[in-house]
Design a protein around this ligand. Structure first.
Ligand code: HAM
Length: 426
């Protein structure tokens, strides 16, 4: 029997629903940030990733799916999304439009890695890239989006780790320090690291083979080689994260496995007991020279990508069913047929005001309507009877606490905004 290739998996049944629900959730979240949806080819010219992600990275040197097409072109299945979005940004001259431009994407990526729990050869990323701002506000906002996504999902066991790689000048100083430091230890490093020493010594710090080597632990830290400008930028990022109430740790060992980063880099780890080694759920950072490097003008960028498989494993570990997260804010039903027009007009108004609304279409009994509201996980129930229509005062019930409120029809949007907002803050 033919089988799927190693490191891949099929999406169907419950899993397919989870993917669809996740996409919906992400769409709604991205609208809140005025981010635009992008889809770029699953394969691109190999050169894009060599230039963009970096020749000496593990991703490009060991993990890409490369092939020649029938026209003898060098093609690579995308190992990540940023390089393709940058190519699209340049090729379509999107830099000439109103910046900042915020782009999001969701789709499969391919890396020839050793498969294990949370690590696949074909995996899905939801990614976000913002072009056109050097400001530290954008770095903080990007980290904030990841935190908000996890918050909406109800995922609790996550920790945010940040670091800075500084600007070009700081990186050059750091590169020199690493060359000096590793020189006497070259024979103690693996073959790859000896090659990295020549081409890109920062990559040594990202080595999976040498990671437990004592030499690594005492290596110079980037934070000691930052110039004034880079330090100020990083201080601002921290200040803005504090302002947003985001808990984070500064972790100087984060260098990231891709070459394009400058200044802020970050990783969000699953902090769940027994989760396993593939615990980085999301990662990203700033890349001020990538657009230029790929052949465009000097436009800064910052972004992240979330790995869907790992995120779903984390949700499972915390017993969160993503399908229960998208639920109606309000369930509306009428006591009698005569009030059905009011159910329709009120549900219309509430939907236009931004609420998710479910209504009873079948004239069910009170009892079955309350059951149905439970089944669809509605937060509030509005019951419309003769009295409500006449008095223009609605009966609204909190479906969890069962508390009942009388709310004037013209105040219902305000009421729901306030109540649902409060729940969100909990
Ligand atoms: P990355 O750290 O290579 O960054 O990947 C981001 C996320 O993709 C990881 O944190 C992980 O959740 C998931 N991931 C990576 N490899 C695999 C795999 N083999 N199997 C399952 N999940 C995986 C990037 O790709 C950058 N493009 C992120 C970025 C966007 N930086 C700026 N903008």
């Amino acid at each position: 029997m033919l089988q799927k290739p190693k490191g891949t998996y099929d999406i169907y049944g419950d899993k397919a629903l989870t993917y669809l629900y996740f996409r919906k959730l992400v769409e709604a979240l991205m609208d809140k940030y005025n981010a635009k949806y992008f889809e770029t080819p699953i394969f691109e010219s190999s050169e894009l990733f060599h230039r963009g992600v970096g020749e000496t990275t593990d991703i490009v040197s060991k993990e890409t799916y490369d092939f020649k097409d029938r026209g003898d072109r060098n093609i690579t299945l995308r190992p990540e999304g940023t390089a393709g979005i940058v190519r699209c940004f340049i090729e379509n001259k999107l830099y000439a439009e109103n910046l900042p431009l915020k782009a999001w994407y969701l789709g499969p990526m391919f890396r020839y890695e050793r498969p294990q729990a949370g690590r696949y050869r074909e995996f899905y990323q939801f990614g976000f890239e913002a072009f056109g701002s050097f400001d530290a506000m954008m770095d903080a906002e990007v980290i904030g989006i990841v935190c908000n996504l996890f918050k909406i999902l109800g995922l609790k066991g996550v920790s945010v780790n940040i670091n800075t790689l500084g600007d070009k000048e700081s990186r050059e100083n750091y590169r020199k320090a690493l060359l000096d430091y590793f020189k006497p230890y070259l024979n103690d490093l693996c073959d790859d690291c000896r090659r990295r020493y020549e081409k890109n010594p920062l990559r040594i710090l990202d080595c999976k083979v040498d990671s437990s080597n004592e030499i690594m632990k005492n290596a110079p830290k980037m934070t000691d080689y930052l110039n004034e400008e880079s330090r100020i930028h990083f201080d601002k990022v921290k200040k803005y994260l504090d302002a947003m109430g985001i808990n984070y740790k500064v972790n100087p060992s984060i260098v990231r496995g891709l070459d394009y980063y400058t200044h802020t880099v970050f990783e969000v780890q699953a902090d769940i007991e027994g989760f396993g080694s593939q615990n980085t759920l999301a990662a990203g950072g700033r890349y001020d020279h990538l657009v230029e490097f790929v052949g465009g003008p000097s436009v800064p960028g910052v972004g992240f990508a979330v790995g869907l498989e790992r995120l779903f494993l984390a949700l499972d570990a915390e017993n969160i069913d993503i399908r229960e997260i998208i639920y109606p804010d309000v369930y509306i039903f009428s006591a009698e047929d005569e009030q059905k027009p009011y159910v329709l007009s009120l549900s219309n108004d509430l939907r236009l005001a931004g609420f998710n609304v479910e209504i009873d279409y079948n004239g069910k009994s009170f009892k079955s309507n309350f059951k149905q509201a439970d089944k669809v996980n509605a937060r509030y129930i509005i019951i419309i009877g003769e009295e409500e229509v006449e008095s223009k005062i609605l009966t609204v019930k909190n479906n969890e606490t069962k508390e009942e409120y009388k709310v004037k029809l013209d105040k219902i949007i305000e009421f729901l905004d306030e109540k649902l907002g409060e729940e969100h803050e909990d």
